[in-house]
Design a protein around this ligand. Sequence first.
Ligand SMILES: [Zn+2]
Length: 86
Amino acid sequence: MNDKELFETYATGNGNHCPFCGSDNVYSLDDDLAWSGCMEARGTVRCTSCGARWIDIMTTTGLIVVSAPSPMELLAACAEEEEECV
Ligand SMILES: [Zn+2]
């Protein structure tokens, strides 16, 4: 199987199963998470059943606001920035 076929197998199992052996003993090595820009990240995943390792490519598809600045905080931040704020 090539990478594309492996990914299709992987995606069918929602990324919870090893694309090689089908085991669900797959673990993200989150320490390896490497962002390229802020829209794509890559992280190594390992299957402890067969020893396979691969890299998950994750793209940012949305955002959830956890904490929005108050209008005063926003003004203060804008005053510090050289760029124009909306
Ligand atoms: Zn495996």
